[in-house]
Ligand binder design. Sequence first.
Ligand code: PLP
Length: 446
Amino acid sequence: MNHERSRDLYDRALSSIPGGVNSPVRAVRPYPFFVESGDGAHVVDADGNRFLDYVMGYGPLLLGHDLPEQVQSAVQSRLSDGPMYGAPTEVEVELAEFVARHVPSVEMTRFVNSGTEATVSAIRLARGHTGRDKIVVMQGGYHGAGESTLVQGESGVPAEPSSTGVPESFAAETITVPFNDAEAVREVFEERGDEIACVIAEPLLGNCASVPPVEGYLETLREVTDEHGALLVFDEVMTGFRIGGLQCAQGKFGVTPDLTTFAKIIGGGFPVGAVGGPAEIMEGFAPTGDVFQAGTYSGHPLSLTAGLETLRFAAENDVYDHVNDLGEKLRSGLTDILADQAPEYTVLGTDSMFKVVFTRDGPRDLDGQCEAGCRQRPDCPRYDYCPKNRGDVDAAETERWERLFWPAMLEEGVFLTANQYESQFVSYAHTEEDVEETLEAYKEAL
Ligand code: PLP
């Protein structure tokens, strides 16, 4: 494969953009390919190489790279009326109403411009609502680049910054716990429940290989927050309108949070974020409440038009059946391939998300294992081996995944997210033939 043009562009980018990229995850080694265009389920790079794409912009592109006619024409017509105004538009009301109709926890929505802005705003609202400062996050969860969640540390104690530039005093307001450990979160609440404003969690660890919740874990988060007067915030930036279809992951798992953060799909590929919840909490935001939150671009007409038309298209067509069916086929095909080639590895993911984790140990007998991605079934022979939290994914062969497997898949013409942790996404543009081709590529690259 020729990468000459991408190499030259990266050479130039290194002189004009820090690290040559505008988001660190894109800085794959030795250098990223620069994209020229998207085409259905494929991307074409600056040297004309064509890759089957499961990155899908890190999640927003539910429909693939070609927007359906109804989405494209709505965006173009919106654009011809001017890009934005600094005054409200009808599409903001329509999208807020759509979200409230479909997502169990949401009555009102405040639109912002990114997932980071959504989580920062939700945390501020939770603090304002409860009058408390501490928050609890999951180790291995990712909530964007905000100060309160760029943290690391031992379970149950004040965290440390995970980035230079985050003051220790900010990080100390955050407490981390391992995902899927009900006892750990209960202990934290027993010790300092009256200081905690909220627990913020992805309903499944989408930024940690899609580790799913064990039975009862999300219910425990709901119970302890209720018992101690704290809010439960589900970060559905990745899972929103992907897992569980239009009802989102909270509908699929049957646990209703107080607040929900969205981004990615809700903007149809354009910059967006949102916080949703009941009026009683949401009206804490200015101008009705005292929690300041604002943005020049918030509720941007182009993003919201793209998001609304994408979601309408999904509601009116077989989008979720299609992507979930292909996701299932991929995960079950991968499960069969691993049984032959790498029985210790684990397939994670649900609906249209998937990831193979290069776990080091597995059971001798695979009989009765989950057939299309881990479901955390206690009677599955893999149950004691499949990842439950960040530590378990860290213990996998992460270097092998990144340094050997990922480039080998790229050579096979398949573009996966570039490390062991980020999930991968099936879009409405993918086909059964794409799935077959992908499974063949895994056979070769594993
Ligand atoms: N929350 C989750 C669960 C995410 O996956 C991400 C981004 O991937 C964010 C928050 C941050 O969103 P953004 O990159 O739009 O700021």
